[in-house]
Design a protein around this ligand. Structure first.
Ligand code: C5P
Length: 266
């Protein structure tokens, strides 16, 4: 952008400073999975993810406040920058990030399934014996992970480690809020024939210390969405999300220990 200063470039989103309280968050068309940013952007991905997040932020606003200020991106950039923000930007509150990823799982997939096979538990939460891949869990579980900077790897942690990072009271609040958000969203998705297998939320604290949902909400980048009519426990159904990209990376021999490619800042 010409009219605002870039303050951060994430794997998918770029942040620009508006003032002390607000920033402009632009969802780019970049596609990332694990720690890799793929070479080819997906046209209009940023617009679609922004629309999906905005839908859920509104649907879930009675469960937890979110980062949207209600200001329009078109009102905070110069005319020459309009094409870059159209449909893909939001004006967001500047928050103090809670430094964990708040993952909730209703079904057993991904790293949850891998951990369960090794230990019978996920993030220290013991689960019944004999579960199959993609099985529904007895109840949704909170399975936090560390929040690594670009280029580092997120790691699943147990609740005690989560408490050590953010403090006991905040850890409990994040867990309970994330589970309630998942349950609310999953109940709505079920009415549309979609199972939300799992999802990840990110939270921040506002100037009053109020827990606030930020970044994105229930997008195909941060969630696994399964079509209810082809759901069969025992193997993952075809997902309406980026699971196929993760599968492709793993099948093509991408190695978690290798450094992630650098992101150009402009
Ligand atoms: O890969 P894993 O099974 O740990 O992912 C659990 C859920 O959290 C998935 O819905 C995934 O999309 C989301 N996730 C994410 N960002 C991460 C890790 C997981 O959005 N860094």
């Amino acid at each position: 952008l010409k009219s605002l200063r870039k303050i951060y470039s994430g794997k998918v989103r770029d942040l620009y400073e508006i003032d002390d309280q607000r920033m402009l968050m632009i969802a780019t068309d970049r596609l990332s999975a694990f720690d890799v940013i793929l070479d080819d952007p997906i046209p209009a991905k940023g617009q679609i993810l922004t629309a999906i997040s905005n839908f859920w932020f509104d649907k879930l606003k009675d469960v937890v406040p979110n980062h949207l200020t209600g200001d329009q991106p078109e009102d905070v950039v110069a005319a020459e920058d309009l094409p870059q923000v159209e449909g893909r930007a939001v004006v967001a509150k500047r928050l103090k990030a809670v430094p964990i990823e708040a993952v909730v799982r209703g079904y057993l997939a991904g790293s949850g399934w891998k951990e369960y096979q090794q230990s019978g538990s996920v993030c220290g939460i013991p689960l019944p014996a004999g579960l199959r891949e993609a099985d529904k869990l007895p109840e949704p579980i909170f399975t936090p992970s560390t929040k690594a900077a670009v280029g580092d790897h997120d790691e699943n942690i147990d609740f005690a480690q989560c408490e050590a990072i953010v403090g006991k009271a905040l850890a409990a609040k994040v867990r309970d809020t994330a589970i309630l958000l998942y349950q609310t969203a999953a109940a709505y998705a079920a009415t549309r024939g979609i199972i939300i297998c799992d999802t990840k939320f990110e939270f921040g604290l506002d100037e009053n210390g109020t827990l606030t949902l930020m970044d994105e909400a229930l997008t195909p980048d941060s969630s696994r969405f399964w079509p209810a009519d082809s759901y069969q426990p025992g193997s993952n159904p075809p997902s309406f999300d980026k699971q196929f990209v993760r599968d492709w990376l793993e099948a093509s021999g991408w190695n978690k220990q290798a450094p992630a490619p650098a992101v150009p800042l402009d």
